[in-house]
Design a protein around this ligand. Structure first.
Ligand SMILES: Cc1cc2nc3c(=O)[nH]c(=O)nc-3n(C[C@H](O)[C@H](O)[C@H](O)COP(=O)(O)O)c2cc1C
Length: 165
């Protein structure tokens, strides 16, 4: 079995999860940022990592995901929201919908620190859309601690199980 892990990451969160996920895959396994993704024909299993951008896999990951057909695919991603939130469920569903025509192995999401510059900008331009509630403040504070060692271990365990099943 030859596997490929391709990830898209703007600030490094998803890259860090991708590096952890690689430890769960047997060799030969290639890890590549989406900008340098190889042709997929040779690979039996593909894991794709994305970061959530406005409720969707980010544009680079999405473009890559849409090109994959007839493969065994696992997804992983990072987002500011809690992974057990409705928002995360919605993101998961949208990501899986992009993978139609493939065999889904599973999907792992965890929180990832949100770029402080983006938070600052959102606070300025969209305080009506994203009011700073106590709940939101707590979520942003929690996201700052992720991805952490526990996330990496969970991601590895998740993919080990997927590959066994
Ligand atoms: C432009 C932008 C849009 C985002 N949109 C969402 C979103 O809709 N939902 C969410 O939970 N997190 C959102 N986030 C947070 C990122 O998904 C999160 O911080 C992620 O871990 C970034 O991953 P990276 O470090 O691999 O780029 C957004 C971040 C940015 C910069």
């Amino acid at each position: 079995m030859k596997s490929l892990i391709v990830y898209s990451s703007r600030t490094g969160n998803t890259r860090a999860v991708a590096e952890a996920v690689k430890e769960a895959f047997p060799e030969p396994c290639t890890l590549a940022p989406v900008e340098e993704a190889p042709a997929v024909d040779d690979y039996d299993v593909i894991a794709i990592g994305y970061w959530v951008d406005k409720g969707m896999p980010d544009a680079k990951a999405k473009t890559f995901m849409e090109k994959i057909k007839g493969k065994k695919v696992g997804l992983f991603g990072t987002l500011g929201a809690y992974p057990d939130s409705e928002h995360a469920n919605d993101c998961r569903a949208k990501a899986e919908a992009l993978m139609e025509g493939n065999e889904m192995l599973g999907q792992f999401l965890c929180q990832g620190r949100v770029d402080p510059k983006v938070l600052e900008m959102m606070a300025k331009v969209a305080s009506d859309q994203h009011p700073m509630t106590d709940e939101r403040k707590a979520r942003i504070e929690e996201a700052k601690k992720h991805p952490n060692e526990e996330d990496f271990e969970q991601a590895k365990a998740f993919f080990r199980k997927c590959l066994k099943g």
